[in-house]
Write a new protein. Sequence first.
Length: 228
Amino acid sequence: MGTYIKLGDSEFADQLDKFANKILTYQIILGITDEEMDSAKADAKLFRWTLGVQNQVKDYAPHVTGFKDLLRYGDGSSVLTSVPVPPVYDAPPALVAANVQLRFTKLADRIKGSLKYTTDIGKDMGIEVAHSPFVPNDGTPNLTGKTAYGGHPLLHYTKGKYEGAQIWKDEGTGYKLLAVSNHPDFLDLSALPAAGTSAVWKYKAIFLYQGTVVGHWSAVIEVTVTGA
């Protein structure tokens, strides 16, 4: 298997997209058949759709978890008025055979074996090895936030190779450590404001690696919460 294969699903989806978008440009010079080109495009479409559905499910899961936690423990103010609504998926593209990665690798390796193949072509098609060493102190969490079920803030960051992140929160009196999250999704179940009133909660995060705070602070994000 070529070492140019991206390991993460999101990165692999990007790689498939790039390959499928560029394959027509080099079809003639590299001797790529119409069948191979159509197959690469179909593989990329279905994998991208599947990844999108998986991400929708991941986004939905914390809403169910939040509902479950509120249902079991409450938070002193929230009233349950409805259940979480499942996501609606886009219509799927045509099905393909299993093992997209193997087909991609076989075609890419054949292309790389062509006498007319160059490193520049490979870079343009996304099938050259990318050298990007992991430097823990270079990391900055891409923190985002929104309100989930019950009006509680749902925070998200890309974990990557880090152990997790410290989440810090400011409710108007300065930042305090809220939690250490070892999962890229974190639901803040702090008590909401009094019914009918709103507040802006600010959050920032910084990575943890081998038990130590590393890297740079994320940008500060704001989530507006309203008491029910």
